[in-house]
Design a protein around this ligand. Structure first.
Ligand SMILES: Nc1ncnc2c1ncn2[C@@H]1O[C@H](COP(=O)(O)OP(=O)(O)OP(=O)(O)O)[C@@H](O)[C@H]1O
Length: 293
């Protein structure tokens, strides 16, 4: 397991990452979200040792992470890292060899991955000749070579078309299934919701929310939607409830005092038909907006 403990980084007077703690568990995909400048890249750089740490620590398998540990990680940095003017096959084979694979095995693995990402015919092209999305695919391939102990990916989905996103998702899921901890940052909340087991939300350098998607969706004040046979205006007078929306027979309420929903449903049943009474859980985008507001 990868543990980020009280990690802190300052640039001059400003604190880019402020006592941030979270875990990236094996076999799980952890999504790392937050507005531009929230501190995601800075955190990942500290995890990878690219940037010095002002406070806190990074643990790998219950002990302080070392340079050698980091070399076993797959890292896709924000600034990417491959050379524009070299053939992609050569570069990828070189990366795989740097990470300990023999030349023949490296070539075989690179070619398999290039085929898988639809780049089999482009192996001899210079990176700069590829479209930005295809360059991104090559960067992804570089980060999973040969077989990482953990994956740290800074916005791996940006610039990818939907098919490439799907291939990438499959690839990451395969790694997670092999018990590899996967941390990825993204601004695409729909994708994060679909993909990740756990979520860490940063705002202004601080961790403002963390947990599984369902924990986060269950964490707030409970909300219920009530649809009646007649007008729902009377709901406004019920104690212990906040009315968030009222539209004819439909009311959206939040429970301010424990048990108020029980009185609400009893009163609704007493007054007539109840067509619907359901708990409404916020979408991830709402949780994100509230956490980062
Ligand atoms: N080398 C640096 N020197 C000075 N300030 C920096 C440096 N790197 C990052 N910062 C500042 O640290 C803060 C966090 O930046 P960071 O890149 O980590 O955010 P981010 O969450 O990754 O944003 P984005 O989603 O835009 O990539 C920002 O205010 C940024 O300007």
């Amino acid at each position: 397991m990868l543990e980020i403990k009280e990690l802190t980084r300052r640039f001059g007077e400003s604190t880019a990452v402020d006592h941030v703690s979270f875990e990236v568990r094996p076999g799980e995909m952890t999504g790392f979200v937050g507005a531009n400048g929230a501190g995601k890249t800075t955190t990942m750089r500290m995890v990878m040792g690219v940037l010095g740490i002002d406070g806190g620590e990074v643990l790998w398998q219950d002990r302080s992470i070392t340079r050698l540990d980091r070399r076993t990680f797959g890292y896709m940095p924000e600034e990417r890292g491959l050379y524009p003017k070299q053939p992609i096959l050569d570069q990828l084979v070189y990366v795989a060899q740097l990470k300990g694979l023999g030349r023949v095995a490296a070539r075989r693995q690179v070619q398999e991955l290039l085929e898988r990402f639809g780049l089999g015919g482009r192996a001899k092209d210079h990176l700069e000749k590829l479209s930005l999305g295809n360059q991104q695919r090559v960067q992804i391939i570089a980060s999973v070579l040969p077989k990482p102990a953990a994956l740290i990916l800074d916005e791996p989905f940006s610039g990818l078309d939907p098919l490439a996103v799907d291939s990438m998702v499959d690839l990451l899921r395969e790694h997670a299934r092999d018990d590899i901890p996967v941390l990825f940052s993204s601004h695409q909340l729909d994708l994060v919701e679909r993909l990740c087991d756990r979520l860490v939300v940063l705002a202004h350098g601080r961790r403002v929310a963390a947990g599984t998607v369902s924990e986060l969706r269950d964490a707030g004040v409970p909300r219920f939607r009530l649809v009646l046979g007649g007008d729902a205006g009377w709901v406004r007078d019920q104690r212990g409830l906040g009315v968030l929306d009222l539209d004819g027979p439909t009311a959206l309420v939040e429970v301010q005092h424990d048990g108020a929903e029980q009185h609400l449903i009893a009163e609704a049943a007493r007054r007539g038909d109840v067509h619907e009474f359901v708990r409404v859980r916020p979408a991830l985008s709402e949780i994100y907006r509230e956490a980062t507001a």
